[in-house]
Each structure stands twice: as structure tokens, then as C-alpha cells.
Design a protein around this ligand. Structure first.
Ligand SMILES: Nc1ncnc2c1ncn2[C@@H]1O[C@H](COP(=O)(O)OP(=O)(O)OP(=O)(O)O)[C@@H](O)[C@H]1O
Length: 249
């Protein structure tokens, strides 16, 4: 089996007396979508923050492509290829979708040598930005300002901006949140298509999306992974059904 792109081993993190992450071990393999599910407060966001470097663990390690990044911060991990969607608040709402992505492309390329060039005229930013917008299905909305995009379109834009940094993997924390059925369907199709090229660790409450997309699922309950397996294995697992899935299975 190919080496994992990301591996997390024995990761733990407490907040006071609460063990939000309790000896979690999981990996993300090339070309897979690995979904992380669990009830509210199970510790999914804490785990994502430990992986991205926004939080540091009390114990355990995080390896990216075989390299120990446990002591590195968010930007160092991002430079090593760990991609994560931007929060909506980090979009520039008054800039067009295209300009937002061009700025992300510029951040990737390093901007100092073209300091005097007007950004919008710069084909080395514009061309890749247009193709990223096309990749996430937003080409027709390139010139609309971010504030006027729908919620679902803003999430697509965040994905384009994450992709602009040429990540080796994506961490996605609830990409379907706040979307209606149509938006969820469109995002599911987009992630299915991206997932072939780029491994994705996906935290998501929308079980239809998880069952449609995941190659493997890990179930987190009270900070611990109680099961990891294929969609069918997880649907059948009696402990998972008891702890989490109930009727959704
Ligand atoms: N900074 C913090 N300080 C104290 N407690 C925290 C902190 N962050 C998270 N927690 C607690 O850790 C537990 C796990 O929270 P976390 O947000 O990781 O869960 P989650 O699975 O992402 O939940 P949800 O599905 O509701 O987003 C919760 O009990 C939460 O209250």
C-alpha cells in the first residue's frame, strides 16, 4: 500500500479536565476521501486544529508525507502542502471572485518581484486563477464580488483559494454547513471530482454526502476513534450505530 500522505499517531489534547482528543491514530492515503464523523462535541474540530497546527497536542505526533510536523505552526504546515479551506471571513468581500483567487495564487508564488505590476493585469496570476475558478465550477461568476456570491458559491471560492496553494491534501471542516439540498449536491459532486486528484480529510455532518463520498470513515466519540472502515463496515458496526448513526444507517 502507498505511504500515507498524512498520519496522526496517539494524538491527545485536553482542555482542563476534558480530553477533547484522546489518543487518536488515523491516516490519509493518496487518492482517498477519509471522512471523520461523530456527534456534536466529539472533538472533530479540535482534531482538525491539531492537524493543521492551530492547536498543539499534549502528546502524539503528526506526520506529513513522512515528515514530523508536530512542532510546526500553521503556516509552515501550509507551506509543506497541508491545505485547509479558508473561513468565509478571510475572503475579501469587496473583491471579485477572480481577484480573491489571484491573491491566493500570488501568495503561493511570492509577490515581491512583481511589486509594481497591477495585480489584475498580471497574466501569471490571472490564468491560473481562472482555471482554478473553472475547476470549482465558478468560471461564470469570476467577476462577481465575493459579497454577492451565494453561501454555496463562497464555499466553492474558498476551495479555489485553498487549491491555489497547490496542497498535497485538503482538510475540510463541514464544507456543506449552511447549504440547502442543491448546494450540498453540487459540493458533493465537486469534492468527488477533486478527491480523485487530492486526498481529503472531511469532517461533515451531512451523512448523505459522507456515504456518497467517503472511501473510509472514522467515527469519533468523546475524543476517541471507535471505528475506522469502509462505508459498509461503518454502517454495519453495532457500536457505531449505538453511539452515533442510529436510524441514519
Ligand atoms: N478552546 C477550548 N477550550 C475549552 N474547551 C474546548 C475548546 N475547544 C473545544 N472544547 C471542548 O472540546 C470538546 C470537543 O469540541 P469540538 O469543537 O472539537 O467538537 P466537534 O466534534 O467539532 O463538535 P461540533 O460537531 O459541534 O462542531 C467539546 O466539549 C468542546 O466544548
Amino acid at each position: 500500500m502507498a505511504d500515507p500522505v498524512l498520519s496522526v499517531t496517539g494524538l491527545s489534547r485536553s482542555f482542563g479536565a476534558l480530553k477533547a482528543t484522546d489518543e487518536v491514530t488515523l491516516d490519509l492515503r493518496p487518492g482517498e476521501i477519509h471522512a471523520l464523523i461523530g456527534p456534536n462535541g466529539a472533538g472533530k474540530s479540535t482534531l482538525i486544529n491539531l492537524i493543521s497546527g492551530a492547536l498543539s497536542p499534549d502528546a502524539g505526533s503528526v506526520h506529513l508525507g513522512g515528515m514530523d510536523v508536530t512542532r510546526l505552526g500553521v503556516s509552515a504546515r501550509a507551506r509543506l502542502g497541508l491545505g485547509r479551506t479558508y473561513q468565509i471571513s478571510s475572503l475579501f468581500p469587496e473583491f471579485s471572485a477572480l481577484r480573491n483567487v489571484m491573491l491566493a495564487v500570488q501568495a503561493r508564488q511570492g509577490s515581491s518581484f512583481r511589486f509594481f505590476l497591477p495585480v489584475m493585469a498580471d497574466a501569471s496570476l490571472r490564468d491560473p486563477a481562472l482555471s482554478l475558478l473553472d475547476r470549482v465550477g465558478l468560471a461564470a461568476r469570476a467577476h462577481v464580488i465575493a459579497a454577492e456570491l451565494s453561501h454555496g458559491e463562497r464555499r466553492q471560492l474558498e476551495l479555489a483559494m485553498a487549491l491555489a496553494l497547490s496542497p498535497r491534501l485538503l482538510l475540510l471542516d463541514e464544507p456543506m454547513a449552511g447549504m440547502g439540498p442543491e448546494g450540498s449536491k453540487a459540493m458533493t459532486a465537486l469534492l468527488a471530482q477533486l478527491g480523485h486528484a487530492l486526498p481529503i480529510l472531511l469532517v461533515e455532518h451531512d451523512m448523505d454526502a459522507v456515504f456518497a463520498l467517503a472511501d473510509r470513515i472514522s467515527v469519533l466519540v468523546y475524543g476517541r476513534i471507535i471505528a475506522t472502515g469502509s462505508v459498509e463496515e461503518i454502517r454495519r458496526d453495532p457500536e457505531v450505530r449505538r453511539a452515533y448513526l442510529g436510524d441514519a444507517a
